[in-house]
Design a protein around this ligand. Structure first.
Ligand SMILES: Cc1ncc(COP(=O)(O)O)c(C=O)c1O
Length: 372
């Protein structure tokens, strides 16, 4: 038996919602697009929502809408999925990394100000693994220095900090709907903002630079095809309608892991921090200091040999070949991130993982640790 790292959770009702679109004449730019966007503004509480075909395209469009261009700098975290940083590069700007807070694993607010230069235009913080800790402080710093915030909420749909929903912290924010996310549209993303000008630019950019009033073959600006089809939107509407159920299922799985691993001092188990209402994205434990990178990698290998899928979220973004070659970032630049990256193990985590499966993962994990 294989226990997977991640599995989508798609109901019959959701399959029917997709089929209904397939039976209609509107496969793209139809009524489901607006319905999905409206459902999002209602759930998150922003004025506008713009659906796109991935989280990455959403982040890139935020850069363009905010006028971020070559020569500009955007401050971000080296402990994230690569797209947080490459979206900055796609706009021709430079990602300036700031090391993380080892407790939250998010960009450390206390280190941001020293990275601000005359070229800094924005901060792109990420709610890593769904954790919103520190976002109030990040926004205060951005406001003080008159910087935009592009909130990368791709991993955090449903989280809140001190009652304020993730997706409302940034000047613009972006969610992602890849199948391992809290909700999925197969592929997809959503840009949120209170600013009509920014939303309207994104609507034009996602649709070949057309403007609202132009006819189909008039193109006002350089645009892209980042549209999200009505097929995807129908799935998204149905998935979003049960976000509270999704959150509680994931919370329960996280709770089982926390319980079953609590007494093992070889492992650091994640927990919700003060003020955080966390919508769990993944369940990533860290090995205690005594374990080396080689031992961590051996543990990953042995778990996989025992049919349990695991992963090493993340590798430091600044050490990715593309970053090293382009900007010369090197080992030692962000030691907290590098140290955390050496110790992480993402365990199987999804809505319908059972308590018995969690017990098998934990038992196997302990056995593997015993033999290292
Ligand atoms: C933090 C973060 N940013 C951006 C993305 C990119 O989203 P997508 O895969 O939908 O392009 C992801 C998701 O994979 C992510 O986890």
């Amino acid at each position: 038996m294989q226990i997977y790292l991640s599995r989508p959770d798609i109901t019959e009702k959701e399959i029917e919602a997709v089929c209904e679109v397939l039976r209609s004449p509107n496969l793209s730019l139809g009524p489901k697009l607006q319905e999905f966007e409206s459902a999002f503004t209602k759930y998150i509480g922003t004025k506008r929502a713009v659906a796109v075909n991935s989280g990455t395209s959403g982040l890139f469009l935020c850069m363009l809408a905010l006028g971020i261009k070559p020569g500009d700098e955007v401050i971000t975290t080296p402990f994230t999925f690569i797209a947080s940083a490459t979206s900055i590069m796609m706009a021709g700007a430079r990602p300036v990394f700031v090391d993380i807070d080892p407790a939250s694993l998010n960009i450390d607010p206390a280190r941001i100000e020293s990275a601000i230069t005359k070229n800094t235009k924005a901060i792109l913080p990420v709610e890593v693994f769904g954790n919103p800790f520190g976002f109030d402080k990040i926004c205060q710093i951005a406001q003080k220095h008159n910087l935009s915030v592009i909130e990368d909420s791709c991993e955090a749909l449903g989280s809140a900090l001190n009652g304020k929903k993730v997706g409302t912290f940034g000047t613009m924010s972006v969610f992602g709907f890849y199948p391992n996310k809290q909700i999925t549209t197969g592929e997809g993303g959503m840009i949120l903002t209170d600013d009509d000008y920014l939303a309207d630019i994104c609507i034009s950019l996602r649709n070949q630079g057309r403007s609202k009033d132009d006819n189909w073959l008039t193109h006002e600006r350089l645009g892209y095809n980042f549209r999200l089809s009505d097929i995807n939107c129908a799935l998204g509407i149905a998935q979003l309608s049960r976000i509270n159920q999704v959150k509680s299922k994931r919370r329960q799985v996280a709770g089982w892991y926390q319980e079953m691993l609590a007494d093992d001092n070889r492992i650091l188990v994640p927990a919700e921090q003060d003020g955080c209402d966390m919508s769990w994205f993944v369940f990533v434990v860290r090995l205690a200091e005594q374990f080396s990178l080689e031992q961590r990698n051996l543990i990953l290998q042995q778990m996989r040999e025992r049919h349990i899928q695991v992963s090493d979220y993340f590798q430091p973004v600044h050490l990715q070949p593309v970053m090293n070659r382009r900007f010369g970032y090197e080992k030692g630049d962000f030691p907290i991130t590098e140290n955390v990256c050496k110790s992480t193990i993402a365990l199987p985590f999804y809505n319908n993982l059972t308590k018995d499966e969690v017990a098998i993962v934990c038992k196997t994990f302990r056995e593997v640790l015993d033999n290292i």
